[in-house]
Write a protein of this length. Structure first.
Length: 155
């Protein structure tokens, strides 16, 4: 992968603000570099993600929330009197959680707290198991020649 000014600007932006959304990255990179198109920044983000330098997280909760709300709202039209308020309460609760709490309150709190949002007390860190889902510990512990073989087998 070639090192270019837009790629360095995007990596610097993400390193400084790891919880930024794409629009914030685009505006910051365009402010720093000037003549970079929006599509150019998105192309850089895509290339860095393909190279494994950035990780992309997809919000999947919205679709699930809409489906759950639809199902629970169906109970509002039930002929059973006791089921109606339960269906309404569940539908309203799912909508409130998905669209207010998860899309407004949590991102705002994480932005305000910054790195301290990920703070973990030492006593709790010692109690929790070290789960290595991606297998990076295997590559660190293996001899130099085997590390590349493990990486190839992993992908």
């Amino acid at each position: 992968m070639r090192v270019t000014r837009p790629r360095i600007a995007v990596l610097t932006m993400v390193a400084d603000n790891p919880h930024s959304d794409a629009d914030t990255i685009v505006s910051t990179v365009r402010r720093d570099l000037g003549s970079v198109s929006i599509q150019g920044v998105y192309d850089v983000l895509h290339a860095l993600t393909d190279a494994g330098l950035l990780r992309r997280i997809e919000p999947a909760g919205s679709a699930a929330a809409i489906i759950m709300t639809s199902v629970f709202a169906g109970f509002v039209f039930s002929h059973l009197t006791m089921v109606r308020p339960i269906g309404f309460g569940l539908a309203f609760g799912v909508l409130l959680d998905a669209f207010v709490v998860r899309m407004v309150i949590v991102p705002a709190a994480m932005h305000l707290l910054g790195k301290s949002a990920w703070w973990l007390p030492r006593w709790l860190d010692r109690l929790l198991p070290d789960v290595d889902v991606e297998g990076s510990k295997l590559a660190e512990e293996a001899p130099a020649g085997q590390a590349s073989e493990l990486a190839v087998q992993h992908h």
